[in-house]
Design a protein around this ligand. Structure first.
Ligand code: PGA
Length: 249
């Protein structure tokens, strides 16, 4: 009932030309793949050229961030409507690198999610604990707070338009994937918390795992009940490895 989502987060990699070249190499590799939603998140200037190169393919485009205001004196920021106008249908919100390096907190993450939904974008809301938090036994407290605050004031009717990504910070870019058991444990917990907030609508929300997802560990992760896809960093930069992840079945 939940269509899996495989999303690539390119972070600060790939110019417009490199993005178009990726699309050209990638599309033939996934031609004929069905039953999975594929999304790529390039840097802002590559959104429009990537969307053009992917046009008609069914592969969606996301921004990696968005501002919560519709417009205004916010130097350096980009609004949800601008992202949409450039050809994106999704936006990543609250990635741990944004929280860590750009001082994003639960409140701004929530405002961004609501602004994205209001503009007709699908937010991919990221949450996850640091290594210190895990070692201190605070994983469930942390993700429960990030979820509750992140989706505050988003009504159940809008829940199906939200995608969540559990990304333990200690697994991002480290080669240290959470085991499928560790990931499933947190995903099941998040699903239960969502049910308390959103009721039955929680059953339809896609919950992605992120953190060192690779072609050789995706199948084990996807086999778990509450893991509905992946948010992939490093392994999404090459058309070949990202295509192998998309074709996890
Ligand atoms: P990684 O990044 O796959 O390189 O660990 C994941 C992410 O930051 O979304």
């Amino acid at each position: 009932m939940r269509v899996p989502v495989i999303a690539g987060n390119w972070k600060m990699f790939k110019t417009a030309g490199e993005s178009a070249a990726f699309a050209k190499a990638f599309l033939p590799l996934v031609a004929g793949v069905s039953g999975v939603e594929i999304v790529l998140a390039p840097p802002f200037p590559s959104i429009a050229p990537l969307a053009a190169a992917l046009s008609g393919s069914g592969v969606g485009v996301a921004s990696q961030n968005v501002h919560f205001a519709a417009e205004g004196a916010y130097t350096g920021e980009v609004s949800p409507a601008m992202v949409k106008d450039a050809g994106a249908a999704y936006c990543i919100v609250g990635h741990s690198e944004r929280r860590q390096y750009f001082a994003e907190d639960d409140e701004s993450v929530n405002r961004k999610c609501r602004a994205a939904l209001a503009a007709g974008l699908t937010p991919i809301l990221c949450l996850g604990e640091t290594l210190a938090e895990r070692e201190a036994g605070k994983t469930f407290d942390v993700v429960s707070r990030q979820l509750r605050e992140g989706i505050r004031e988003i009504p159940p009717a809008q829940a199906p338009k939200v995608i969540l990504a559990y990304e333990p910070v200690w697994a991002i870019g480290t080669g240290k994937t959470a085991t499928p058991d560790q990931a499933q444990e947190v995903h099941a917990f998040l699903r239960a918390r969502m049910r308390e907030i959103w009721g039955d609508a929680a059953a339809g929300v896609r919950l992605l795992y992120g953190g060192s997802v690779k072609p050789d560990n995706i199948a084990d992760l996807m086999a778990r009940e509450d893991i509905d896809g992946a948010l992939v960093g490093g392994a999404s930069l090459s058309p070949d490895s990202f295509a192998r992840i998309v074709k996890f079945k």
